[in-house]
Design a protein around this ligand. Structure first.
Ligand SMILES: CC(C)(COP(=O)(O)OP(=O)(O)OC[C@H]1O[C@@H](n2cnc3c(N)ncnc32)[C@H](O)[C@@H]1OP(=O)(O)O)[C@@H](O)C(=O)NCCC(=O)NCCS
Length: 146
């Protein structure tokens, strides 16, 4: 199947309900090893990161449809990445394209990402975009783009 066109744009309020559904998919939660939030906590979290000028959050649009989000944020002194797609968008190269686009537009380095050790697809996405293993923290690999 041909890979859909992918673009990034600023997050709109109307995207949040879609992201909320994506983050409560049990298979995605298992994959990311990241617990889902209930609606109130999820909306409060997004209100907080939207106000935070150090956070860069973008909506991933694939084939004209909101497919997920990609976010860069500070943890202490280091800048980290995260991304999340709805399950119907997995396995089509969308995360790789979205991360490449993000890295082209945002050049702060080094950049880190923490990935559950069983999340081979996400490790692969990061490696395809130039990230390499930095170290391991419990059940998470920490990858870095220098
Ligand atoms: C992880 C996630 C972003 C991947 O998105 P995606 O669009 O399916 O990723 P891509 O298609 O761009 O690339 C995935 C790559 O991993 C490969 N892959 C998939 N499952 C794999 C597995 N079990 N083992 C090894 N490689 C795997 C794919 O073949 C593909 O590589 P290829 O392009 O060389 O064929 C998506 O599954 C997701 O959002 N999951 C839930 C949330 C999550 O885990 N977020 C990341 C937290 S770090």
């Amino acid at each position: 199947m041909p890979s859909p066109s992918v673009l990034l744009r600023k997050v709109r309020q109307s995207d949040l309900q879609i992201f909320y559904e994506h983050q409560r998919d049990p298979e995605a939660v298992r994959m990311a090893a990241f617990p889902s939030r209930d609606l109130e906590a999820f909306m409060a979290h997004w209100a907080k990161i939207t106000r935070d000028e150090t956070v860069i959050a973008r909506t991933i649009v694939a084939g004209g449809i909101v497919a997920g989000n990609i976010v860069s944020f500070m943890r202490g002194d280091t800048r980290e990445m995260g991304y999340w797609l709805g399950r119907e968008f997995w396995g089509k190269g969308i995360a790789t394209k979205a991360l490449r686009l993000f890295l082209r537009g945002h050049t702060a380095r080094p950049l880190y990402a923490g990935v559950a050790t069983h999340n081979a697809a996400s490790v692969h996405v990061l490696e395809k975009c130039g990230f390499a293993l930095s170290h391991q923290e419990d059940d998470f690999y920490i990858l870095m783009l220098a």
